[in-house]
Write a protein that binds this ligand. Structure first.
Ligand SMILES: [Zn+2]
Length: 469
């Protein structure tokens, strides 16, 4: 594949389950993943005749907050529509969605240096789940339907085709998740199906403006899979076009096990959903006062917080990005710094120790620990041990340090004795260093750390330098 000839064009359709206690149009609760089939259902979500759907205010609110955080315009009126749907996992025979008057339009999300336009954010209901089981050998097929999920609220966030690589598409999805979690609209856990990402991918020659034929990718349940699926699809399409073939507009599934996309459903005959207005739900008037209140209720958004952290605490950009992209980590950082922890060291600690382990200590304890490290009272290894023990036991860092007798040797006379022993034991490295091979110091320091793990490394280095000088 020759990348220079092709430009990648990606748009994203993301379905997100807003955080609500009940379903979109009835009072049924949201079933946990392990719930017995068909235990979270009622006459409304089973589609029995003679019932009336009532929109869930919490879902509308989550959708509006998401739209506002994505800089969307909120129209004065919005309405629901029926979208014809012919599968048994939605027994009504239609899905309530939004067609020509969605909850919001024309926003954007900044991802790195790219401003990705958002076409619309609207609300709809989820479908149930079909389970096909059976015995291939005896051709005894059985199909089951579980309607626990039928009628669960979903927000659909549709972007314009503004993304240009698999990296950008993954970053967009991650930024969206951060945003949704920050404003409390959704937990957006991809593994739990609370966030489903469907990229549409096409390629075009670098020197053209029009769009190529796109394929839509489904069954993606992680950021990694998103990246892999798009990369595969770009390679497949460019190989196809370069060998004189054509791309067919279709829906393709992603097989994680095989690492490839496969054709699911051809879009040759464009689906005609025959939308029509939902007669049982009157159009909603979106009160301006309410919208203004929702806008004011939004917390500081991740992009703003990252900028503020970098500037106020003089953090390196990458560190500010990593912390500002996670509300819990950013809160922890700010709490610790407010309690006197050194900013840059604490930020690095959070990136290197807290983020990978996912174990959070209270801000006050982290501040106490970082002050011990900064003052040279304990080594970094001891600090690490103290941190995780504090998380486990709830003891304070000071208690743990005392209990273990953790201290760092910062006494120059003591360090001098150790340094002399190191030089005696490593005549070659010492000689090399004296002859001008500066990297020989690494071997000497390594031996020193082995003999005296408690030694303050900065001071020990100085003592070694003096002895060798
Ligand atoms: Zn129900």
């Amino acid at each position: 594949m020759s990348d220079h000839r092709w430009e990648v064009v990606i748009g994203m359709e993301v379905h997100v389950q807003p955080k609500t206690l009940s379903k979109m149009f009835c009072g049924c609760g949201i079933a946990p993943l392990n719930a017995a089939p068909n235990t979270y259902v009622c006459e409304v979500c089973l589609g029995l005749p003679g019932v009336l759907p009532v929109p869930n205010e919490a879902a509308v609110e989550a959708c509006l907050k998401t739209a506002l955080a994505l800089n969307c315009e909120i129209p004065r009126h919005t309405k629901f529509d029926r979208k014809n749907y012919m599968y048994p996992d939605l027994p009504k025979g239609y899905q309530i969605s939004q067609y020509d008057l969605p909850m919001s339009v024309k926003g954007y999300l900044e991802v790195g240096t790219r401003k990705v336009r958002i076409r619309r954010v609207h609300l709809e209901e989820d479908t149930g789940k079909l389970i096909h089981a059976g015995d291939r050998l005896h051709k005894a097929w059985e199909s089951y339907v579980d309607l626990n999920r039928a009628g669960v609220p979903l927000m659909e966030i549709v972007s314009e085709p503004d993304l240009r690589s698999a990296d950008e598409a993954r970053d967009y999805a991650m930024e969206l998740r951060t945003l949704l979690r920050t404003i409390g609209a959704s937990e957006a856990d991809m593994e739990k199906g609370q966030m489903r990402v469907e990229p549409n991918v096409s390629i075009r020659r670098n020197d053209t403006e029009g769009l190529g034929v796109k394929t839509e990718l489904k069954n993606i349940n992680s950021f990694r899979a998103l990246h892999r699926a798009i990369s595969f699809e770009v390679a497949r399409q460019s190989e196809l076009l370069e060998s004189g073939g054509v791309v067919v507009q279709e829906t393709r599934g992603w097989s994680e096990a095989e690492g490839r996309t496969f054709s699911q459903r051809s879009k040759e005959f464009a689906e005609d959903y025959r939308y029509f207005p939902e007669p049982d739900i009157p159009p909603l008037e979106l009160d301006r006062e309410w919208i203004a209140q929702l806008r004011l209720s939004l917390p500081e958004l991740p992009s703003v917080r990252r900028g503020r952290l970098a500037e106020k605490h003089r953090l390196p950009v990458a560190v500010a990005e990593a912390i500002g992209g996670d509300r819990e980590l950013a809160d922890l950082f700010e709490m610790a710094v407010e309690r006197g922890a050194p900013a840059v060291a604490t930020a690095n600690w959070i990136v290197n120790e807290v983020a990978p382990s996912g174990k959070l200590l209270a801000g006050e304890s982290l501040a106490a620990l970082m002050k011990l490290v900064e003052g040279g009272s304990i080594t970094r290894d001891q600090a690490r041990e103290t941190y995780f023990e504090a998380v486990e036991t709830g003891h304070t860092p000071a208690e743990i340090v005392t209990e273990h007798g953790f201290t760092q040797v910062s006494d120059e006379a003591q360090l001098r004795v150790i340094a002399e022993a190191v030089i005696d034991a490593n005549p070659k490295a010492a000689g090399d260093y004296r002859a001008g091979k500066k990297q020989a110091m690494q071997a000497l320091m390594a031996d020193l750390r082995k003999r005296a793990p408690q030694a303050n490394p900065k001071l020990a280095n100085e003592v070694l330098l003096k002895l060798l000088g």
